[in-house]
Ligand binder design. Structure first.
Ligand SMILES: CC(=O)N[C@H]1[C@@H](OP(=O)(O)OP(=O)(O)OC[C@H]2O[C@@H](n3ccc(=O)[nH]c3=O)[C@H](O)[C@@H]2O)O[C@H](CO)[C@@H](O)[C@@H]1O[C@H](C)C(=O)N[C@@H](C)C(=O)N[C@H](CCC(=O)O)C(=O)O
Ligand SMILES: Nc1ncnc2c1ncn2[C@@H]1O[C@H](COP(=O)(O)OP(=O)(O)OP(=O)(O)O)[C@@H](O)[C@H]1O
Length: 485
């Protein structure tokens, strides 16, 4: 595309650059190739303007930046906000790809991945093709691609949207993604809000700031777009009121008769639920345990209903939902029952442990740690919640994420001290922690391992496995014919 055409959305017409042909847009200097345009972004750690010369030496034919007074051998276009400009450039280069799909964006502290997977499963059961961009994996045209983030960067997003010939696209929209304008220029048919609870206060100033960032998704709705909101979360109610005041179209799910999808009552706990929609009552057998997954299912049901899927197809799909890797993933054996879960917020942990507690079981052994360089203010709440539900706690390493081993050990030792009246152990090596729990458990016990779900281990542990499920399988094969057989 000619540079003149590419930049028309950010800088109007500029005759001087008329004949320059642009191959790609880049905002990471290491990716620049001959013929690309480089967009300089001021980040948390680096200032992209410091890499302009590197980008030019690699072949950049033009540069977009926020600073004045650059004298460069290639055209320099100054804009107010390069993140915004990047979104507009991508939209132009990829020819507005969010307009060719029925776009569903899901935001909230917890439940985005589970809801998104369920939405995809419902559409596919109804014979509609669906792309998915999520924390666990991306799927485009039926092909699974590696996920690099919950919300990919704006170039990867536009590229996947253009590649996708799927009618529907469902994607997770994180608060980091919204704040860093990774979805700038995209437009959504549906925006789903799952909930808001304590997380990411290392990044957002406070809960109001976190909420306002999440609410940005609903400014990206298409003209006839709809908001699907969980009204049983107080922040959801607040969002609903705001959107209604702005005359936006809002549908809600929750426990109230004012909700468009109302949870009426539960039989046999929550494994069989009744919901009411447009004066009709439907019964659904829930495939995933936990009240939190019930909330996720309600969100997925209301969203797909609004998108035109027939309720009978939805019920069939929900009842046959295979689940999501590392979200209440049970690994059974003759001995204790393992549950792997990605919970890494107080609310997520409370939900998962409460669910396990409500199941018929003997002892609950909980293995978890803290991720380095992430919101430390949630740690005490997480320890209190673990102590509330579990008989034995094993603290161990999660990802260090740039924090030194010594510092993390010190933090974990402090946590052990905090819980000193409890049955708590510190086993730094995550694989040995799992082995210890397995060796010291009995049939009927539950060993709950939280924090990483299906993610690969960041560091090497003593047992040479890649993730928690791999460690469990290793232990099963090692001890199969011994104490647990
Ligand atoms: C905290 C955070 O979100 N950081 C993101 C942010 O990094 P940053 O602002 O620090 O960028 P930076 O390193 O200062 O660099 C600034 C600019 O200089 C450029 N640069 C830098 C160095 C260089 O040599 N050359 C160069 O061109 C960079 O490409 C960038 O354009 O912008 C980068 C480029 O888009 C992201 O890769 C990076 O995500 C990091 C890897 C990350 O871990 N993000 C997590 C927290 C995240 O986004 N998580 C959410 C999910 C959260 C949840 O709900 O759990 C997600 O959506 O995945
Ligand atoms: N609706 C919910 N309310 C509270 N906790 C939930 C809910 N759904 C899931 N969880 C908990 O949060 C964990 C992560 O779930 P899920 O991956 O669906 O959420 P997410 O919003 O995508 O999280 P992330 O952005 O960190 O990937 C689950 O393993 C579970 O412990």
């Amino acid at each position: 595309m000619k540079l003149k055409n590419l930049i028309s959305s950010i800088a109007g017409t500029n005759e001087n650059v008329a004949d320059i042909e642009v191959v790609q847009i880049q905002f990471k200097s290491r990716n620049v190739k001959k013929g690309d345009i480089f967009v300089a972004i001021k980040g948390l750690r680096h200032d992209g303007h410091n890499f302009i010369n590197e980008a030019i030496s690699k072949g950049a034919v033009a540069v977009i930046g926020e600073e004045n007074n650059y004298s460069l051998p290639v055209p320099y276009i100054k804009v107010e906000d390069t993140r915004k400009a990047l979104g507009r450039l991508a939209k132009t280069l990829y020819r507005d790809p969010s307009l060719i799909h029925n776009m569903i964006g899901i935001t909230g502290t917890n439940g985005k991945t589970t809801t998104a997977y369920m939405v995809k499963h419902i559409f596919e059961t109804a014979k509609e093709s669906c792309s998915l961009f999520s924390t666990v994996s991306n799927f485009v045209n039926g092909i699974e691609l590696m996920s690099t983030a919950t919300t990919p960067d704006i170039l990867e997003l536009n590229n996947m949207l253009r590649m996708s010939s799927d009618k529907i696209v469902v994607m997770e929209v994180s608060s980091h993604g919204l704040h860093q304008k990774r979805v700038e220029g995209l437009e959504f048919n549906y925006g789903v809000f799952t909930n808001l609870t304590h997380d990411h206060l290392d990044y957002h100033q406070d809960m109001d700031d976190y909420f306002n960032t999440k609410a940005e998704l609903f400014k990206l709705l298409k003209k006839n777009g709809e908001a699907i909101i969980n009204s049983s979360c107080p922040w959801g109610m607040k969002l609903m009121n705001q959107l209604k005041n702005n005359r936006q179209t809002v549908f809600s799910y929750g426990n109230s008769e004012n909700d468009d999808l109302q949870l009426l009552c539960t039989e046999a706990g929550i494994s069989k639920i009744k919901v009411k929609e447009s004066n009709e009552i439907f019964e659904i057998k829930m495939p995933m345990p936990g009240k939190h997954n019930l909330q996720n299912a309600l969100g997925a049901i209301l969203c797909t209903l609004r998108a035109g899927v027939k309720i009978q197809n939805i019920i069939y799909a929900v009842e046959n939902f295979p689940g999501v890797p590392g979200r209440f993933e049970e690994i059974r054996h003759r001995g204790a029952n393992f549950i792997l879960d990605y919970a890494h917020t107080p609310d997520g942990l409370d939900n998962i442990l409460q669910t396990v507690k409500s199941m018929k079981q003997n002892k609950i052994i909980h293995i978890f740690g803290f991720r380095g360089n992430k919101d430390k203010t949630k740690r005490l709440d997480m320890l209190d919640i673990s102590a509330k539900y579990c008989d034995e706690i094993i603290l161990t390493f999660d990802d260090l994420n740039g924090v030194s081993k010594d510092l993390m050990v010190t933090d974990l030792e402090k946590a052990v001290k905090y819980l000193e009246s409890r049955n708590v152990h510190l086993i730094i090596d995550r694989t040995r922690a799992i082995e210890y729990a397995w060796k010291n458990s009995e049939k009927g016990d539950h060993i709950v391992i939280t924090g990483k779900g299906p993610e690969p281990y960041e560091q090497e542990f003593e047992i040479p496995t890649d993730n928690d499920a791999g460690t469990i399988k290793y232990l099963f094969s090692k001890y199969y014919n011994k104490s647990k057989a």
